[in-house]
Design a protein around this ligand. Structure first.
Ligand code: SF4
Ligand code: SF4
Ligand code: SF4
Length: 352
């Protein structure tokens, strides 16, 4: 069925194929290039400045938007759950800076360059990535890793189910979830309903917006910006049913890439290779063979399969070290960068 604005929900969420991203948390260095790649393309317009459709925060941490894991939405036993709308500060704020005051107003050293919350007009006490590099654990076994996120372009999108206007739809040919900006009335039920809080309100346009999976690029065979521009070579992209794609091999064949918070019930289509972590020190102060990242912490994010996945990663790494080779390690390494992108290998200079 073609997209019929406001059509019935079953039609709106139908997709023949599904694009997916795999994010390898062993490789992510928290550099935020993905965040800026997205922002410089899509969220510099008035009312979108606070939005980080691609975002990276330190885990353990409050995430983005702040405490999104406590703001409800999603499904429980198939039933939609109520949710809360994050504030602009939760959503990372949009710090303003006093360059003019510091450089041109003759105030000498009585003033300093500092951020000001766009919301309160005062010094901020929270903002995007505020808890960077804090993490968890106790010395000498602190632990953290970087968690990059975006809209999951879910198979059962809670945002779509929640919109009374029928403005949200899933692109049939590739499963991209989009908000029809002409139709959106800014009700924000989608914001409440998305358990990942991956929909953001634009207070200028009075409409909601979200990651568009860079569809104008994809339609020209160019990989999405946050994936292509990652210097950590962390990200793989492609159709889940394309048996030649890395995403298919990692999610379906090797089953080492897991969805974030599958218990939210939306069938997310961004998958994560969980972090192996550094080895822990034991109570005697000696190094052990175990990871310092507690398994239950990872299970809280990626479900009960994490232990099995970590075993596979360790085994395959040993195979590699022993000279036996490993298809899995070859994929995770990706000596040829463009192999990552499931055929979306056109140069971004390709114009429409
Ligand atoms: S992550 Fe949220 S916004 Fe994205 S498709 Fe799923 S429910 Fe909708
Ligand atoms: S896919 Fe494109 S729009 Fe979505 S988060 Fe990445 S860069 Fe932004
Ligand atoms: S660009 Fe890549 S390495 Fe950098 S934060 Fe994003 S996912 Fe991690």
């Amino acid at each position: 069925m073609a997209y019929v604005p406001g059509g019935n929900k079953d039609e709106l969420k139908k997709a023949d194929r599904q694009l997916a991203t795999v994010i390898d948390l062993n490789k992510c260095l928290g550099c935020q290039t993905c965040s800026v790649a997205c922002k410089n393309l899509w969220t510099k317009r008035p009312g979108t400045e606070h939005m980080r459709w691609a975002n990276v925060t330190t885990y353990p941490g409050k995430g983005y938007p702040r405490d999104y894991e406590k703001k409800g939405g999603g499904f429980s036993n198939g039933e939609p759950q109520p949710g809360k709308i994050p504030s602009m500060i939760d959503s990372g704020d949009d710090f303003q800076f006093n360059h003019s005051e510091v450089y041109y107003e003759g105030k000498g050293q009585s003033v300093r360059l500092h951020p000001v919350s766009k919301v309160t007009g005062k010094d901020p006490d929270w903002g995007y990535n505020w808890d960077e590099d804090q993490g968890g654990g106790q010395w000498p076994n602190p632990f953290f890793f970087y968690l990059a996120r975006m809209c999951n372009h879910c198979t059962k999108p809670a945002c779509l189910e929640a919109c009374p206007t029928g403005a949200i739809f899933k692109r049939e040919k590739d499963g991209i979830v989009l908000i029809d900006q002409d139709r959106c009335k800014g009700h924000r039920h989608c914001v409440e309903a998305c358990p990942y809080k991956a929909v953001y309100f634009n207070p200028v346009a009075e409409k909601s917006e979200k990651c568009i999976l860079c569809f104008p690029r994809l339609d020209k065979g160019i990989a999405n910006a946050c994936n292509r521009q990652c210097p950590g070579r962390v990200r793989a992209f492609g159709y889940l049913d394309d048996r030649d794609s890395q995403v298919h091999k990692l999610v379906k064949k090797w089953k080492v890439a897991l969805p974030l918070h599958p218990e939210y019930g939306t069938g997310p289509n961004v998958f994560y290779v969980p972090p192996m972590g550094a080895r822990a020190f034991g109570a005697d102060g000696e190094i052990t063979d175990g990871s310092r990242i507690p398994l239950d912490v990872l299970e809280g994010l990626f479900g009960p399969d994490v232990g099995r996945v970590l075993d596979v990663l360790h085994t395959e790494r040993e195979n590699m070290k022993a000279g036996r080779g490993s298809e899995l390690m070859d994929i995770l390494i990706s000596k040829k960068w463009t192999d990552r992108f499931g055929g979306f290998t056109n140069d971004p200079l390709t114009q429409s």
